[in-house]
Design a protein around this ligand. Structure first.
Ligand code: BGC
Length: 769
């Protein structure tokens, strides 16, 4: 764990510049607004180590797969989010020298992400090789209000000289993905233009044909006065710039304001984008930078009103949770049901920017409680719309009759992952998609979703399970062979308890929903059954038979569920037996050694006990937790949060707190030595869950919210906001007791520590600890 960033409740601050840490800082200080985002790269040139990253949501490229040994059924392409045109660039020349912090003496440096108001500020004082000193301040943001726009205010003060400074704002579209499989570039130029004060460049992705137009308009100020500057256009392959020469005076600030826009052909006809960009740039430049920034602060204030979590008396924990909430809101706003949440969001290329089961298992609860209902619904609809492809995908693998296998990794519904043990075997992802439907309906009460969309997905998923599970004549039970559970440190195992449990749960839930839909709208049910050729007698009959006769591995003596058949044959070591020098295992051990070992990457049996806790008594959960956690290395970012929630449920507040710290500061403190690739965005939703479901003990039962609070010693108090079926609640857990404040106009009944409490509109109840 590193203490690189300063602790502050609303900011992430880098004080002083450590080039070795630059890529981590670029990830952590990333910006985004749901439509586009970027790493915290410098505007000015930097020849030191960095990872340039600008991304436009939903714009991807299917890169040709690269594998060691081809296996039938592998997808041919891996769609990856594209590193897009760099619109932040501003080259600065001081006389004949280019400003490049890698070549200057950096006298002071500070970069800070202001999470309260949603902007990034960088300031530094540097001396060039020729001894010229400049003080620079750059503020920029991706606008939450004008979400196709961003703006930068870049100010330079010549500290010890008077002379010419050349400022060249540019858009560079000659960008390559670092993760390109064959070192190819994915963008072609369509056209570029500099006319009047606007420069633009339109690029088209190879194969997918997405077009993105990036345009800029610049304003120059000397002192406080706007200057009518003369500029020279520079046009190169996939590059436009405008060179501005300024006679700068010692001590007088020169400011360039760069307004930019990114438009995608997903939202406009390609031929209309130039006109639209001109309009948008006119609108935002008429507003001006300061008003845009004020609007940005107001938009974030609105978000924080519903989203903020306040942890009193523990600034590190406070910074951690706000950072997670901030990044989640920057990544996905739920405006567009074609978009989803990549594990790295807009902070890096790893994982291809694609959709994983992370969305359904981890992110949906966050958006359910902190955003309008349509946001979580849009995440569900994203999968509904991809059902056809999931059926196609299953068909490719030999399944039939409308069985659906959702992809492990996807952009548009097509499977992208190409390691057989994951692509073909990590099928529990199908279960998470069904679970999210259940979770959404349980939370919102929107049962009509089941009639219109949910049941169709559930039947297709259950059809898959019913074909994937086999009858063992030997056991006289159903079994599930050759799977990989959430713990990816085991492959091709038989009867992974979690996968079997979620499969059976899917079938049970499907049967329940069939009855519900029939009761609510029989004609709709009949129409669906006809559309998908569902033979209720035969297919429901098979689901019921599997439910009744499924085999689940367990050990009677230990009183635990077995992660898979044969798990106890492994040498029963514990994580405490591992020397620190051998961790993380994924970097230190050969893969076969990992597979043979007892060590667990992330919650597996425990993931099931977390999802389906109501089906198990506390002692069963405790026995399994006490057995599996000491064998878990938490080498997936998704692991600590589930353990935090379970530890809290079991009343172990200290362990819950340790897991909370680990999940919430995973990127700020670069726990896993991999933040330079990007932040772990999806696990940030897990962090939120660990506070609200862990310490808040929040659950939804029978259409009601219930809370079972638990406060870590280290915290003075904890408070969070929850939106639930039209009400907005503030829950404050303090040492003396818990207050539920109803901020909305609708009265609500909640369960607090097991007792029902009626909370009138705009009123509160307090229950002693
Ligand atoms: C985890 C998966 C997860 C993926 C993306 C992997 O390391 O094992 O469960 O879906 O990362 O976050």
């Amino acid at each position: 764990m590193k203490d690189y960033f300063k602790v502050d409740e609303w900011k992430i601050i880098e004080e002083g510049f450590d080039p070795h840490y630059n890529k981590v800082a670029e990830s952590v200080l990333s910006l985004g607004n749901g439509r586009m985002g970027q790493r915290a790269n410098f505007e000015d040139a930097y020849s030191g180590e960095n990872l340039q990253g600008n991304y436009v949501a939903g714009v991807y490229y299917p890169d040709k797969t690269r594998v060691g040994w081809w296996k039938n059924g592998y997808p041919e392409y891996f769609a990856k989010v594209l590193n897009a045109a760099n619109w932040i660039g501003i080259d600065v020349w001081i006389g004949e020298e280019q400003l490049d912090l890698a070549k200057c003496e950096v006298i002071s440096f500070r970069r800070e992400l202001n999470m309260k108001e949603g902007y990034l500020k960088r300031s530094f004082h540097a001396k060039t090789a020729a001894g010229k000193e400049v003080a620079v301040e750059a503020i920029r943001f991706c606008s939450m209000v004008d979400d196709e726009c961003g703006a930068i205010k870049y100010s330079i003060i010549p500290v010890n000289f008077t002379g010419e400074i050349t400022i060249t704002p540019f858009i560079d579209g000659d960008i390559a993905n670092k993760d390109s499989n064959y070192d190819e570039k994915f963008w072609d130029e369509v056209h570029k233009n500099t006319a009047d004060d606007i420069s633009s460049i339109q690029l088209r992705t190879k194969k997918t044909g997405f077009e993105v137009l990036t345009a800029m308009k610049c304003v120059l100020l000397q002192g406080d006065a706007s200057v009518d500057y003369r500029s020279t256009p520079i046009l190169k392959e996939k590059y436009v710039a405008t060179e501005i020469k300024v006679e700068a005076k010692q001590g007088e600030v020169v400011t360039l304001i760069k307004y930019a826009t990114n438009l995608s052909s997903q939202n406009y006809k390609a031929e209309d984008m130039a006109v639209r960009a001109t309009e948008l740039l006119a609108t935002i430049s008429a507003k001006g930078f300061d008003i845009m920034l004020a609007e940005q602060a107001a938009a974030w204030a609105e978000k924080w009103k519903n989203n903020d979590i306040i942890i009193e008396g523990d600034a590190k924990a406070q910074q951690g949770i706000r950072f997670n909430i901030f990044q989640l809101n920057q990544t996905y706003t739920g405006e567009d049901d074609r978009l989803n949440i990549g594990p790295k969001g807009f902070t890096g290329e790893k994982y291809g920017g694609s959709t994983y089961w992370d969305t359904e298992a981890y992110c949906v609860p966050f958006y359910l409680a902190t955003a309008e209902q349509k946001v979580a619904r849009n995440l569900l609809l994203y999968r509904y719309k991809q059902l056809g492809k999931a059926i196609e995908n299953a068909k490719l693998l030999g399944f039939k009759d409308g069985a659906a296998l959702y992809p492990m990794v996807t952009m548009d519904g097509t499977e992208c992952h190409n390691e057989w043990e994951i692509t073909f075997e990590e099928i529990h992802r199908n279960g998470a998609i069904a679970f999210a439907i259940y979770n959404y309906v349980r939370y919102t009460g929107d049962e009509a979703y089941l009639d219109d969309y949910g049941l169709e997905v559930l039947i297709a998923i259950s059809r898959f399970w019913s074909q994937r599970i086999t009858w063992s004549a030997d056991r006289q039970q159903y079994v599930m062979l050759g799977v990989t559970g959430p713990n990816e440190y085991e492959n091709n195992v038989n009867n992974n308890w979690y996968s079997s449990t979620i499969a059976v749960w899917c079938m049970k839930y499907t049967l329940e929903v069939i009855d519900k839909v029939k009761a609510s709208d029989n004609a709709k049910y009949d129409a669906l059954a006809t559309k998908i050729a569902f033979n209720e007698t035969i297919e429901s009959g098979r689901f019921a038979d599997i439910i009744a006769k499924m085999y689940f591995p367990q050990d009677e003596k230990l009183g635990i569920y077995l992660q898979q058949d044969g798990y106890l044959d492994k040498e029963q070591l514990l994580v405490t037996d591992l020397p620190a020098t051998e961790r993380p295992l994924v970097q230190k051990w050969s893969w076969d050694r990992i597979l043979r070992s007892v060590f667990i990457k992330q919650a597996d049996v425990l993931q099931g006990l977390y999802f389906f806790e109501e089906d198990y008594d506390l002692e069963t959960i405790r026995r399994n937790y006490d057995f599996y956690e000491p064998r878990t290395v938490h080498e997936s970012s998704l692991s600590p949060c589930v353990h935090a929630i379970l530890a809290a449920k079991l009343g172990d507040v200290e362990r819950a707190y340790q897991f909370y710290l680990r999940t919430s500061r995973l990127d700020i403190d670069d726990y896993n030595n991999d933040t330079e690739d990007g932040c772990h965005i999806t696990s940030m939703a897990g962090t939120w869950m660990s506070v609200v479901e862990g310490f808040g003990g929040m659950r939804v039962k029978d259409g009601m919210l219930s809370f079972n609070p638990l406060l870590p010693e280290e915290w003075g108090a904890l408070s969070f906001q929850i939106g639930f079926r039209g009400s907005l609640l503030n829950i404050r857990i303090a040492k003396e007791g818990t207050t539920v404040k109803n901020l909305s106009d609708t009265a609500i009944t909640v369960i607090l520590k097991g007792a029902s409490q009626f909370v009138e509109a705009k009123n509160e109840v307090f229950v002693k600890a």
